[in-house]
Design a protein around this ligand. Structure first.
Ligand SMILES: CC(C)(COP(=O)(O)OP(=O)(O)OC[C@H]1O[C@@H](n2cnc3c(N)ncnc32)[C@H](O)[C@@H]1OP(=O)(O)O)[C@@H](O)C(=O)NCCC(=O)NCCS
Length: 279
């Protein structure tokens, strides 16, 4: 059988040039093996934009681990805590969406390309708060972030929501590029319906989902869903339940905020920009 031996004298060198555009070079004397980023290895094909789908995490429990890994790659946290948070996803919000590429081979799992979490907003029944927006590190800069945002906008709009809010430390130009403007702080509702007593839940009307909410409109799988003209007869979102605990109201009167400067801070005291978009 053929044998590959690396003699110590060869002093092989393995260089990872860039995390985003990996280029591995194994060199020994004149012999050189190069993995060109343009020629992706078979097991990590770059997904095609047109093949991507957007699916709620709770509809694809078999992909929970992969989704947790994707988020932890950007914001490391314990796996248990991440899985717990993802496990709260439900049709009644918070709801976690995954941008998925179809399985590259029949045996392989679909690739989790991106993630975003949507929560209801206190006192704003037509708003959703968008959090934990992330695209797999190796797949950034290829239009997947735009697809994720446009997909979740169509997803929210199809469910009767009209405005999205978010915060960012350092991606405000990305969001501004996608039509988001500086906005006011809002309070996201972090509870899940599963924690509410059944008597309370029964007091609210059902969410307006005539079909299985796990089936995202086919238009999302091809390209950005066509915009429905404003004022069309889409059902309004379900009424907003009272939060079970008293949450602090958003600060009265927004302090000044510009694309260069913000006076808002997160819980750790880091400056954040509040942004919003009418959808
Ligand atoms: C932010 C993030 C989701 C963007 O995803 P992406 O796949 O790299 O973005 P895309 O390639 O889809 O870019 C979409 C458009 O935004 C533009 N864009 C991307 N990043 C930008 C930036 N920082 N500033 C300005 N424009 C930007 C692109 O040029 C592109 O423009 P086009 O569609 O007109 O050609 C991704 O970089 C990421 O996951 N970052 C780490 C996590 C993070 O910071 N999340 C945001 C938390 S608030």
């Amino acid at each position: 059988p053929p044998q590959l031996t690396l003699a110590p004298a060869c002093q092989p060198e393995l260089t990872l040039v860039s995390a985003c555009h990996p280029e591995m070079t194994l060199s020994s004397g004149s012999a050189q093996l190069t993995l060109d980023p343009a020629r992706q290895p078979e097991e990590t094909p770059v997904p095609k934009l047109v093949e991507l789908t957007l699916e709620p995490v709770h509809c694809r429990p078999e992909l929970l681990d992969a989704c947790a890994d994707l988020i932890n790659e950007q914001w490391p946290r314990s796996r248990a805590s991440r899985l717990h948070s993802l496990g709260q996803s439900s049709d009644a919000f918070p709801l976690c969406l995954m941008l998925l590429s179809p399985r590259p081979t029949p045996e392989a799992a679909p690739i989790v390309v991106g993630h975003a979490r949507l929560s209801r907003v206190l006192d704003r029944p037509q708003s959703l708060l968008v959090e934990t927006v992330v695209v797999a590190r190796a797949l950034r800069g290829r239009g997947f972030g735009r697809r994720l945002m446009e997909g979740l906008e169509a997803f929210a709009r199809a469910r009767g929501f009209r405005r999205l809010h978010l915060t960012t430390h350092d991606q405000l130009h990305f969001y501004a590029h996608l039509g988001y403007q500086l906005g006011e702080p809002v309070q996201g509702l972090v509870f899940t319906s599963r924690r509410l007593p059944a008597t309370l839940l029964n007091a609210f009307p059902r969410a307006p989902f005539p079909r299985s909410p796990c089936k995202v409109t086919p238009s999302l799988t091809a390209q950005a869903a066509p915009r429905v003209p404003k004022g069309s007869s889409l059902l309004p979102p379900p009424p907003l339940p009272e939060p079970p605990t008293t949450l602090p109201p958003p600060p009265a009167g927004p302090p000044p905020q510009s694309l260069l400067e913000t006076q808002y801070q997160d819980l750790r005291g880091r400056p954040i920009f509040w942004m919003e978009k009418d959808i």
